[in-house]
Design a protein around this ligand. Sequence first.
Ligand SMILES: [Mg+2]
Length: 363
Amino acid sequence: MTDETTLTIRSIGARAVNVPLPKPLPTSSGAITTVPLVLVDLMSEEGVNGCAYLFCYTSAALQPVASLVRSLGEMLHGDVVAPAAIEHKLQRAFRLLGPQGLTGMAMAGVDMAAWDALARAAGMSLARLLGGEPRPIPAYASYFMNGIAGAEKDAEEALAAGFKAIKIKIGYPHLDTDIQAIREVRRVSGDEIVIMVDYNQCLSVPQAVHRARALDDEGVYWLEEPTVADDFAGHAKIARAARTPIQLGENWWGCHDMAKSIAAGASDLAMPDVMKIGGVTGWMRAASLAEASGMPVSSHIFQEISAQLLAVTPTCDWLEYIDLANPILQQPLTVQDGCAVAGDGPGTGLSWDEDAVKKYLAD
Ligand SMILES: [Mg+2]
């Protein structure tokens, strides 16, 4: 804990890394071959620093996002580490350009690093700083589009690791293959296991209505992003036709998107992405909105900080577990008895393995 009552921003650094994957991760929108991350390091004048990472999806976005984060650091030099004030200043600065996309990502990186610095300065985990306490969060093992044989292997791996919930991606050319993949996971893991499926936006609305109805008797816990993410009216149509709950949220850019999605009745469940929703500041607003709307909240990637945030989310549902950043972290998030165990040390739980970071630097 520091004696300082306030922290002042000295600089914000950004490093681009491309973390290799043991094998490409197939989705219905193409394969992910590496994990392109921008590592954000906020340095304060008082010597308490904060960090965060941003997932860029494609390495083509690495350098632009890193460059934007550095520019924000210059704009914020000398400002107090006060996330709401920083958010106000940056939203104003980007009002005309638009606070979505790369600008939204860079702002969220600064926000998450600022909250990390505040929690470290207070000597508390983020969950405690936000008025809660770390607790085990039910986690599901998140897998990709690995075919029928892959679904069997994924289910075996998840069960061996103690998970009680498994998500697979579907959206094969034929509906029968979607059903076979789900049944394969069920066959291997039994009736007690929770199964979620993710279409990654690959269906038209009529196709989605057809497939959702066909999956209604498969006992699936949620059906994620069946059609284009920002087609809220289309999702509402699918949600009305299906008995399986529709899951949406990883592509909400800020709480305004979330509010529009809820108003349209686009989904039964919410899964904000801490980066796209606006960092910790955005997440807390999203959690309030979800609570007021009676929507269970799950997380999307960013599992370390999400474990802290779900601990203070009133309608906490599931944490998505997928080890995208583990190779560059000193202490990856652990899972015990199917629950993610959020750390209670100061901050969000992130610290870089600097040797690994050097190895995977993209610039
Ligand atoms: Mg998804």
